[in-house]
Design a protein around this ligand. Sequence first.
Ligand code: HSE
Length: 438
Amino acid sequence: MNSVKIGVCGLGTVGGGVVNVLARNSEVVCARAGCRIELLEIGARRDNPDCDCGDIKINRDIFAVANNPEIDIVIELIGGTTVAKDLVMQAIANGKHVVTANKALIAEHGNQIFTTARQQGVTVAFEAAVAGGIPIIKSIREGLAANRIEWLAGIINGTGNFILTEMRDKGRAFGDVLAEAQALGYAEADPTFDVEGIDAAHKLVILASLAFGIPLQFDKVFTEGISAIEPVDVGYAEELGYRIKHLGITRQTDAGIEMRVHPTLIPEKRLIANVDGVMNAVLVNGDAVGATLYYGPGAGAEPTASAVIADIVDLARTLTAEPAHRVPHFGFHPDQLNHVDVLPISRVETSYYLRISAKDEPGVMSDITEILGDNDISIEAIIQKEPDEALKHSHGFIPVIILTSRTIESQLDSAVEKIQALPTTEHDIVRIRVETLG
Ligand code: HSE
């Protein structure tokens, strides 16, 4: 049996998981790869007490791994976009294949990395960069290759989903749940990446490139986090038969491609509405297959290691294949990439949940509905609540909840501006986008 020699850089949550799973499952992994996979060297600035490295050489200089002439595949698990980028570029320059779990690196620098990798005849594999243990990249790139992907929508940040679930089910405070997600190793080094949607935006950009064969365009994603979600909206959404989930959505329309990450009301009967805790799920709609759903753990040491090691096995199988015969990075041949416009959020069409704080007096409701009508926005549902002392604006104001039909965001913006200017409403109208995902 031949052997493929690998070096792991980074021994944090994911690096430790990779070393442990490789050691535990070496027999089955090698049987699948058709060769021995030898972990020759680990580059890590510090040890990981949860990981038994046995007699594997540990080097405090991670670049020594990228420069080790015996190593065929460098596994980049240090995260971030500075040192990690230099490390990956160094490995590629040395003619080594790379496996990475680094979504920020791929989303922000992937175009350059893949171009250089192609020039060097090497592959950069990144299954673990999106949705942890779910093989979503392979599914879109290979399993759905027959389809025109029409849209996809995913819960692609485990920490955010964990926070929303705990707030809804147990009434826990945002900060408490976030601290627990950090302790469990789910959250990013900078947890604002999780709660403000940046981590999900990194993953969405990668999914959009795979789905539509477009270059990575991280700067074009509309991103809104979960930090402004208030428990009252979770409750009203439930009364209307919806759940609030933090979704990444990308869709091909006649006008261009939508890429957006934001809290979204989705009907509670949809399977994806019931994906709770740290679990991730991605719903992909292809023209031939219809809707398909991929579900599983989106973060954590061993689920992410599962995806990293699958990439190692894939690479080990194709190491001897000519570069042109390997699966292209996005599944589309590089000269067949699409250069379609990505739509700004103002041109996106969707439905909306609005919570308006309005004076409890005659004529207010008709003023609001008239403004919506003048902007061609129909109302699907409306609830006028009793004054709620728990709400910050309870003195003489009542919450009015409106679900609109589909409309272009710029039209909604203009209606919201006019409603906010009414002397009978308060200024901060809450707006959450709604998708039926049907
Ligand atoms: N912080 C990420 C999450 C880790 O919570 O989903 C996996 O990418």
